[in-house]
Design a protein around this ligand. Structure first.
Ligand SMILES: [Zn+2]
Length: 79
């Protein structure tokens, strides 16, 4: 799924807030060394988050019932 830069930024902000990090940089620093990564649903209006594989770009959202979860690294276009 292709997301606009605005949606990416908004979803990343929501994810940083939900995970309790000071900034996106802090979150990315933490996940780079980890085997799991916070992910957020990319559906408009859904902000479900959970831990997923760092390269996940279409994970299952339990709320939407669709493969709409993307990891922070994918949203930040770092992988
Ligand atoms: Zn969802």
């Amino acid at each position: 799924m292709q997301l606009s830069p605005e949606v990416r930024q908004e979803k990343l902000r929501s994810l940083v807030e939900a995970e309790g990090y000071e900034s996106l940089e802090k979150l990315l620093e933490a996940v780079v060394t980890d085997s799991v990564c916070p992910a957020i649903c990319t559906t408009a209006g859904c902000s479900y988050t959970c831990e997923m594989e760092p390269d996940q770009d279409r994970g299952w959202c339990e709320v939407c019932g669709q493969n709409t979860m993307q990891s922070a690294l994918v949203l930040a276009e770092l992988i």
